[in-house]
Design a protein around this ligand. Structure first.
Ligand code: FAD
Length: 384
């Protein structure tokens, strides 16, 4: 961020949202609904394929392998998604059920069990052997532990972004798309936002710029990485009609893979991590251009989903990773809020993060404990 001279200036907006993708679109809607004067900005017209939100669907799980800190946020996020579903012309949420499966010693599966117990979530915990009776298409080792969540499912991520933008627009929210923000400066009591289209002023700003946040806030400790996902041939056994669930499966090496029930005989699948750091957008090669793109999924399919066929097509995208893979939800100063570092598991939270931004802009207390997501945790780990 370029920090400008302190000058008095009349703030025009209550809130400017920089980046109107997953989180920013929700923030625009909830802030406008709360009665504020809001400007949403994006360098593209979301949804689009140049960020982290394309590919039609995202999984939402509640028994959270990444830690129980997330569960209160998740439960609120789920209720907001269900509300949005009722207000939208296209589907937003589908209760497909989600199967989590991993070796017994896996931290991911143990944390999923812990969060289910702590929050009394509706889950079936069984062994790989028992799960195979229910889903013979999934070849889990007998000793695996599985946590099945019947109430979890999938979000239609691009539909949701479209809906939030449309609903915000109908409430009279100002929207400036295909326009990049190039700098943010403190100006008097408020903030000056410089864009390709001109300069705008606001009392508060929320930065929800996804992977490329460091162009505006260079000190945010995230690493942009490239990831790929692909659609494979799969017959009716893998479809929702056959009650095939969305899944997150960790292999014996601790690598996470996720997938969705097949639609029109195409099953979408991805590997969660495999850091391929990139410096610039242009380094995000299309699917198939990196030597590991197909291989990692093929090994997984061979072992765990042997009935799934060849790759039909794929796509690449980016994640904004933090070192501990936990989110950054914090203020930079009293007027600038940043939501970043969603580390490849943030979509399911976009609704509640949008509402949290609205509370920040209104000056309301946040109902959640956000201390695990503060920026100062990175300074602490450096000095200890
Ligand atoms: C393949 C894949 C699968 C995933 N699966 C899951 C899943 O199953 N479940 C889950 O919960 N999460 C999942 N995720 C992660 C999730 O999608 C992301 O964490 C989430 O979409 C990030 O939201 P965001 O708002 O931070 O970023 P984005 O949605 O990318 O939005 C950022 C926006 O900021 C705009 N922008 C950036 N810089 C500027 C600027 N200078 N000026 C103006 N605008 C700017 C961009 O154009 C973009 O629209 C997955 C991600 C990928 C890529």
């Amino acid at each position: 961020m370029n920090v400008g001279q302190s000058m008095t200036s009349q703030a025009e907006y209550d809130l400017i949202i920089i980046g109107s993708g997953s989180v920013g679109a929700a923030a625009g809607y909830y802030s406008k609904k709360a009665g504020m004067n809001v400007l949403m900005i994006d360098s593209h017209f979301p949804p689009h394929t140049d960020g982290s939100h394309h590919g039609q669907t995202r999984i939402i799980r509640h028994a959270y392998g990444e830690g129980e800190n997330y569960v209160p946020l998740l439960l609120k996020a789920q209720s907001l998604w269900s509300d949005l579903h009722l207000q939208s012309e296209s589907p937003i949420f589908e209760k497909t059920g989600v199967l989590n499966a991993a070796p017994e010693h896996s931290e991911f599966i143990q944390q999923a069990i812990q969060s289910a117990k702590q929050y009394n979530l509706n889950v079936d915990i069984t062994s790989g052997k028992e799960a195979k009776v229910r889903w013979p298409e999934i070849n889990l080792p007998d000793s695996y532990i599985t946590v099945y969540e019947p109430n979890a499912g999938i979000l239609y991520c691009e539909n949701a972004i479209k809906s939030y933008i449309k609903l915000a627009n109908e409430l009279g929210c100002a929207q400036l798309f295909n326009c990049e923000v190039t700098a943010i400066n403190r100006k008097g009591q408020g903030i000056e936002v410089i864009t390709q289209d001109g300069t705008y002023y606001s009392k508060k700003v929320a930065v929800c710029a996804g992977t490329w946040v460091k162009k505006l806030l260079p000190d945010i400790p995230i690493t942009p990485i490239r990831r790929v996902f692909a659609w494979h041939q799969a017959d009716g056994r893998f479809s929702q009609n056959n009650k095939f669930p969305a899944f997150v499966i960790e292999n014996e090496q601790g690598e996470g893979f996720y997938g969705f029930p097949a639609v029109n005989d195409e099953l979408k699948l991805g590997k969660h991590l495999d850091w391929q750091p990139i410096e610039k957008k242009e380094e995000r090669l299309p699917f198939g251009r990196h030597p590991t793109d197909g291989r990692a999924l093929l090994d997984f399919l061979k072992h765990y989903l042997p009935g799934v066929g060849g790759c039909l097509y794929g796509a690449s995208c980016t994640y904004d990773m933090t070192a501990d893979e936990d989110f950054i939800i914090d203020t930079i100063d009293e007027n600038i809020y940043v939501v970043s570092g969603l580390s490849g598991h943030g979509y399911k939270f976009a609704s509640v993060l949008g509402e949290i931004i609205s509370d920040f802009a209104k000056g309301d207390d946040c109902e959640f404990d956000l201390s695990p997501f503060k920026l100062n945790r990175f300074n602490q780990s450096k000095s200890s």
